[in-house]
Design a protein around this ligand. Structure first.
Ligand code: HEM
Length: 432
């Protein structure tokens, strides 16, 4: 990789990328080095970042067999007990897990979940209304976190955690030794995601983290265990009750029971999948919603146009149904543009170059190299978007062809076979 440019320190040690991830600036640092060194940059000794539109289809597309770019060992840092649909790097294992999890995310399943989701949204709206009557300011990110946690825990475990009604994210976690501890569930997810994003950068990092006396690592490790303990307790509660409910956990249990009896390994898998759903679905959705509200409120013409479209479709009804809003053009354009501009998943998702290697701009990247396409940078490339720094939902409504073209470069939900399961439920384009 010697011929590939990049910051000198990054060519010699993974500590540069590790540091950027630790301070939460990885996507900005990688964006800056692309501006300095060009579209192909070495961001760690064995990791190349490629910021070019063509790379999206090549790295994340539906290629088969030997030519597939599989997930890298980065995802080992996200394993909770056993691999989940998100963290597995094995193609066969992924196909099996994805088939099971997909059943809980079909359009039909989403319709079945609608009443549960609407009931939680009603509590959310009621709480916001009451706070507005009192006046003052609201930390909307915290309340969106309560909302997403309550929705996901309702779908995953059969009951909301009650964060919206109590106005608190403290939950009881039963530890493996049987003792019960109070934990902040939002902080558990935050810390787990943050530490995994750092430790995944190099196989040596988890080992180093054990000997470095930094509370970031020790509390991060505890949060991973805490979240798994919390999920295990709730999975057992459901299994012990013997009840069937039309929700995500119900579907995951039913799909496994169809194949064989539930054994200890399958219960470990159920815990791993519920940890994944809670951590992959809560923070991402809450921060995306916060970014959207911010962008809408700071762009009055967008606010006016969106409100008009919603009032026409929903009238005075408090909580719209999914079918009332799912085909609203301007709403969809605002969401797409907000996710593009803010880039919830801003970093490049790492894959491994398959046998035979790959070539970008005369640079040969050999098999086994880690490779990623930086989402924030792609979502702000002038050659694709023209005016990338402007929040302009109208760009998505210029023509169906233009919309299709732009969708290819919206990486918020990933692309290809490893794209987000929630994108599957909303029929967001997964093919590239
Ligand atoms: C705005 C909200 C969300 C964003 C931005 C988002 C983003 C993503 C991205 C970028 C990936 C691909 C990760 C990779 O290749 O490494 C992914 C995968 C995944 N997401 Fe989401 N996600 C969101 C919401 C959700 C929700 C609500 C759930 C479930 C309740 C969820 C569950 C998953 C799962 C299970 C995967 C792994 C899929 C696989 O590998 O087959 N996500 N998500």
């Amino acid at each position: 990789l010697r011929q590939i440019p990049g910051p000198v320190i990054a060519r010699w040690t993974p500590l540069w990328l590790g540091y950027q991830a630790r301070v939460g600036r990885r996507y900005l640092a990688v964006d800056m080095v692309h501006k300095k060194y060009g579209p192909v940059v070495r961001i760690a000794p064995t990791h190349v970042s490629v910021a070019h539109p063509d790379a999206v289809g090549i790295v994340y597309g539906h290629s088969h067999g030997e030519s597939a770019f599989e997930k890298s060992r980065f995802y080992d840092a996200f394993v909770a007990g056993t691999t989940s649909v998100f963290s597995t790097t094995n193609r066969k294992d992924h196909t099996y897990k994805r088939r099971i999890v997909s059943q809980a995310f079909s359009s039909r399943a989403l319709e079945q979940f609608s009443p549960f989701i609407q009931a939680t949204i009603a509590t959310f709206v009621f709480r916001l209304d009451s706070m507005c009557e009192i006046g003052g300011s609201i930390d909307i990110l915290t309340w969106f976190n309560y909302l997403t946690f309550d929705v996901l825990s309702d779908l995953a475990f059969g009951e909301p955690l009650g964060m919206l009604s109590t106005g608190s994210s403290i939950v009881s976690v039963q530890q493996s030794d049987g003792t019960v501890k109070e934990e902040d569930a939002i902080a558990l997810v935050d810390k787990r995601e943050h530490i995994s994003a750092v430790l995944g950068i190099n196989p040596w990092f988890p080992w180093l983290a054990k000997i470095i006396p930094d509370p970031f690592y020790s509390s991060g490790r505890q949060s991973s265990t805490g979240l798994a303990d919390f999920a295990r307790r709730n999975v057992w509660k459901r299994l012990d009750s013997g009840a069937y409910r039309e929700d995500i956990l119900g579907k995951l249990i039913a799909a496994r029971k169809r194949e064989s009896e539930l054994d200890a390994e399958m219960i470990k898998e159920l815990v791993a999948e519920t940890v994944t759903l809670l951590s992959a679905g809560s923070d991402t959705t809450a921060s995306s919603l916060t970014a959207l509200i911010y962008l809408i409120k700071t762009h009055p013409h967008v606010h006016r146009k969106l409100t008009a479209e919603l009032e026409l479709a929903v009238g005075q009804q408090d909580i719209p149904t999914h079918s009332q809003v799912k085909n609203l053009e301007y709403l969809q354009a605002v969401i797409d543009e907000g996710l593009r501009h803010y880039a919830t998943m801003a970093t490049g998702l790492p894959r491994i170059v398959p046998a035979g290697g790959v070539e970008f701009y005369g640079h040969n990247i050999p098999a086994g190299t880690e490779i990623s396409v930086p989402a924030f940078t792609i979502q702000h490339l002038e050659s694709i978007w023209g005016d990338p720094d402007v929040f302009r939902p109208e760009r998505w409504l210029e023509s169906p062809e233009r919309r299709k073209y732009l969708s290819r470069y919206l990486l918020t939900f990933g692309k290809g076979p490893r794209a987000c399961v929630s994108a599957q439920a909303n029929d967001i384009v997964i093919r590239v």
